[in-house]
Design a protein around this ligand. Structure first.
Ligand SMILES: *Cc1c(COP(=O)(O)O)cnc(C)c1O
Length: 336
């Protein structure tokens, strides 16, 4: 029985074509700046996102931390959502390693931070307070796409209040494909953007931080200090380049599969589905069936997560058959 792994879009294995691209990559030592494949990736992603420069890093966590530490110094703070990855899911790195205090705000139901909340969170220039320096947004957030008009307004407000802006765009391409706009139309509103190649794009590892040239050269020093200076990293950059060529437009397929799953689960007893916008489906399960669900799914070869809520993520290594098996296993358990 093959496993249908819906825990995350990070579980994808590189395709045969991606492995071939990795195998054939020209390599150098990227700490010396002479890995041609890393350099090609950095130029490519900077151009794709409309920025001057880019920096290849091992993980999205390091990319965001590097960005926060480049924008902010000791005693500064960044404004961020309560459920944002940079705040909740990165071990508190900005505070621990950067001496940068987070100022978390509640999300609105659509994943945005209310403009009035952002405005009110910016602290006066007074020695009682940390210095408000940065607004950090995430797109997609929990699979939801931030409306473009909102992104424009929130970043304009940040600039008016003297804040820099960073986008955690781990799944930026999911948002762009969903909105049917070039990714640079979203990225253009921010000073810096982090994107992951290891999520829906299907690469085994790697993220890029993009921004102005002087920002990226300052970030380069933090990356080295954080342990992110890799050597023949072109092996990984080749996978990312392959993903940019072949795995962006197809994100639509993942979104369609999430819709198929949502339709198939609709109306099951005790289950409330949040209609998916991209490749992440959240559901809440009430009643006595909740406890045994994960074990039942596992017994049918289906993996999902249920840390806060039940979560299913579609990706390159899931097909319609896997989604239909998931629907059957859920029906079996909840209708029994
Ligand atoms: C996955 C993810 C990251 C970074 O994760 P890594 O596992 O460190 O690569 C950052 N932000 C969001 C929104 C993510 O989903």
């Amino acid at each position: 029985m093959s496993v249908v792994d819906l825990r995350s879009d990070t579980v994808t294995r590189p395709t045969a074509a991606m492995r071939a691209a990795m195998h054939d990559a020209e390599l150098g030592d990227d700490v010396f700046g002479d890995d041609p494949t890393v350099n090609a990736l950095q130029e490519r992603i900077a151009a794709v996102l409309g920025k001057e420069a880019a920096l290849f890093v091992p993980t999205g966590t390091q990319s965001n931390l590097t960005a926060i530490m480049t924008h902010c110094g000791r005693g500064d703070e960044y404004i961020v959502g309560q459920m944002a990855h940079t705040y909740r899911w990165e071990g508190g790195g900005a505070a621990v390693l950067g001496s940068v205090q987070p100022q978390p705000l509640e999300h609105q139901p659509d994943g945005t931070l209310a403009l009035k909340d952002i405005d009110a969170a910016v602290k006066p220039d007074d020695s009682h307070f940390a210095r408000s320096r940065l607004l950090c947004l995430e797109n997609t957030i929990g699979g939801k796409v931030l409306p473009l008009a909102y992104v424009a307004e929130a970043t304009a407000l940040a600039r008016r209040r003297g804040l820099a802006t960073h986008l955690d765009g781990a799944r930026l391409f999911n948002a762009a494909v969903k909105l049917e706009v070039p990714a640079r139309d979203i990225a253009g509103h921010f000073d810096s953007v982090s994107v992951c190649f290891s999520k829906g794009l299907g690469a085994p590892a790697g993220s890029c931080l993009v921004g102005p040239r002087d920002f990226i050269s300052a970030a380069h020093r933090w990356r080295k200090m954080l342990g992110g200076g890799m050597r023949q990293a072109g092996v990984l950059a080749a996978a990312a380049l392959h993903a940019l060529d072949h795995h962006v437009e197809r994100l639509d397929d993942d979104h369609a599969l999430a819709q198929r799953l949502a339709a198939g689960l609709q109306g099951l007893p005790g289950l409330t589905i949040e209609p998916p916008q991209t490749n992440i489906l959240f559901a809440d399960l009430q009643g006595e069936r909740a406890a045994g669900l994960m074990a039942h799914l596992k017994s049918r070869g289906i993996l999902a997560t249920g840390l806060y809520r039940l979560r299913f993520v579609t990706h390159l290594d899931v097909d319609a058959d896997g989604v239909d098996r998931t629907i059957s296993a859920m029906r079996e358990h909840l209708q029994a």
